[in-house]
Design a protein around this ligand. Structure first.
Ligand SMILES: [Zn+2]
Length: 272
């Protein structure tokens, strides 16, 4: 599944191609993905308009013009690739965007959990309105999370992965950040101290940043190949390392499973 670092890398790849360019033509090859695509509206509001910027919140990308923004989410299997024309070249190409002079972006999503929507200027959107702050935004502070976790007795890992609390943190990054911060994944969110929140937020940003930087080196692959981009090659400490020695203390990494999702952690370094 494309995670926040992949989406940020896509944003970085698209910016020089798209910013301040005219979106000459939009073509949709089906009526819906996860939600119906507002095709008429998107064509009306965006055709021949200049895309002024691309921003990201969590795993959502927004392509802005002066009337609003086209909202993209890549779902479980989405990709956006550059192709030489408006002609769909592979299966599961659901939308094609032609930016002047000759940039053709193909939106491909085999499992169709992604979305393409329209967000009018200053109107907000239900998908965005319920999102917690992006981990890199100024709004994301230890004070805010400590306050919001005050009544949350559930485990901190669940809090981190809940997009309404903080946007865009997947399992792999939650496991890694909690390990680096020395916090047990099952520690109740409301029991974290202020210094623990400070440390955790630093580590969340650090693991995401590390992955974004790693993505920079594979940018061309990510943008041009047909294969599933998957996770960037990451230097991971605990994720997927059950039984291997903890990089900090040498004791074996543990794994627990909750609602079909694995949590990897060190029982020695991450105290409850
Ligand atoms: Zn350890």
């Amino acid at each position: 599944m494309p995670e926040l670092p992949e989406v940020e890398t896509l944003r970085n790849a698209l910016l020089p191609l798209v910013r301040n360019q005219t979106l000459a033509e939009l073509k949709f090859l089906r009526a819906d993905l996860r939600f119906p695509i507002p095709r008429k509206q998107l064509k009306k509001e965006m055709t021949q308009s200049v895309v002024t910027d691309i921003t990201r919140t969590g795993k959502y990308l927004l392509l802005h013009n002066d009337k609003g923004a086209m909202l993209w989410h890549l779902g479980m299997s989405g990709r956006v690739v550059q192709r030489p024309s408006m002609k769909a070249e592979e299966k599961h190409t659901h939308a094609i965007f032609h930016f002047a002079p000759e940039t053709y972006l193909h939106f491909i999503d085999p499992r169709r959990f992604g979305c393409i929507l329209w967000v009018p200027k200053d109107a907000g959107h239900p998908l965005l309105d319920h999102l917690g702050p992006d981990p890199f935004s100024d709004e994301a502070t230890p004070e805010l999370f400590k306050e919001r976790a005050r009544t949350c007795k559930g485990p901190i890992k669940g809090f981190l992965m809940n997009a309404t609390r903080i946007a865009g943190i997947g399992n792999i990054y939650a496991c890694e950040a909690l390990f680096e911060a020395g916090i047990h994944p099952k520690k109740p969110a409301n029991k974290l101290s202020k210094p623990q929140w400070e440390k955790l937020l630093i580590e969340v940003r650090h693991v995401l940043r590390k992955s974004i930087n790693a993505g920079g080196t594979t940018l061309r692959d990510f943008f041009n190949t047909d294969g599933n981009p998957g996770y960037f090659a990451l230097d991971l400490s605990v994720y997927g390392k059950e039984g291997e020695p903890c990089p900090r203390c040498g004791n074996p990494i543990a794994r627990s499973v909750h609602t079909a999702r694995s949590t990897f952690f060190c029982k020695t370094c991450q105290k409850r």
